[in-house]
Design a protein around this ligand. Sequence first.
Ligand SMILES: Nc1nc2c(ncn2[C@@H]2O[C@H](COP(=O)(O)OP(=O)(O)OP(=O)(O)O)[C@@H](O)[C@H]2O)c(=O)[nH]1
Ligand SMILES: [Mg+2]
Length: 439
Amino acid sequence: MRQRVRDGAHGGNGRGHEVGRVREHAMLAALRRPKQRRVDVEESLEELAGLATAAGASVGERVIQERPAATPSLYFGSGKVEEMAEAARTGGVNLFISDDPLSPIQERNLSESLGIKVIDRTALILDIFAQRARSAEGKLQVELAQLTYLLPRLVGQWKHLERLGGGIGTRGPGETQLESDRRVIRQRVQKLKRELEGVQAHRRLQRASRRRAGVPIVALVGYTNAGKTTLLNRLTGSHLTAADQLFVTLDPAARLVERPGRRPFILTDTVGFIRKLPHELVAAFRATLEELTEADVLVHVVDASQGALEEHMAAVDSLLRELEVAADRPTVLALNKVDRLDEAHAAAVLAGRRSAVALSAATGEGVETLLDAIEKALPVSGAVTLRIPHGDGAALALCYERGRVLTRADTPGHVTLEVELAGPALAALGAYRVERVLD
Ligand SMILES: Nc1nc2c(ncn2[C@@H]2O[C@H](COP(=O)(O)OP(=O)(O)OP(=O)(O)O)[C@@H](O)[C@H]2O)c(=O)[nH]1
Ligand SMILES: [Mg+2]
């Protein structure tokens, strides 16, 4: 794992540097509150193990403590923490990872009690992103997220010292140092934001020219490891990296899909989603993810062979809502990896899901059915003419956001547009439709 995150997450108890080159062996822990099902907590821990592996650590013991609520000082109960400290010593564990977010104080106290480095799921995900970011934009976004995460931790560290009654080592230069650290970080955050704006302006231009070319855009979205990149590779003959690891893809990619007898479209791949995605990352990656708002159709790729299918789909849906990707956007549900299921299981997964297609990006089974479904959801190819009163700004906005405006004529009182629109948007605007272009 990279040093930068470790220092930030660690709160600086002086041990972070020792394990720099040693392989990290991690203990994972979560609380189970009375209302939670054990299987859900176990699945979340399993995913945390996947994240730890992706970050380069090996995984040892997993601990679930049943408690009505977290404790303010240690998150876990103090008796449990003693047990875990003992287990860590005997198990050769040098890293403790909490599945839930820890406050800076909890992180620090736990680290002191356990005698090893302590991080939470957020720091772990940030670390993976830091290791994987390749593009200039990706790197800027990750650093921005890391600094946002670090800033309150510096403050927390200071409050912690104050709580201990100040005294030697906490006066004068200590405070000055903290203030200047914070100032330096804030300045860096401002600089990163400016640089990001530059990169993003460039990408907006690229997107605008793509849009002008008039080829519809189809965006792959989904949980990390669902098979998005494998599917893009299959449909476009590309060789983007796909692997059985979480967060392989960070940078967006776009490729043209051209199949004989079918309308061409641009297919985009982007960073995958996960439960409890750090809000620092969502904020920092907002621009990357904003690409989704420009898609004509979303293909929600789901790993259908996976037990926590419903939770994964819900996590993706809630992130899409957070990103304000319109809920009425045509979406095709791609239930992937059906090659791993027997027929009965595949049928059970498909049952009751509208607009779902079962497929295997690995074998190619079901891919033509997916292409049929995408084609149906694409904007209608023929243009329609709409006469919209000036008063209805929302309708006009919808045309520009969700359609492709070919011509526009403004007259007093009305705007007449020739526009290509997808089915749902067309249905919403049907009242303004006129049969032929008015002179
Ligand atoms: N059996 C099977 N494996 C698949 C299928 N599609 C993808 N995989 C495997 O699933 C793993 C993840 O695939 P990716 O395409 O990297 O998944 P992704 O959604 O792009 O994941 P991230 O970029 O990490 O978010 C890889 O090991 C793929 O080989 C499929 O249809 N069947
Ligand atoms: Mg990928």
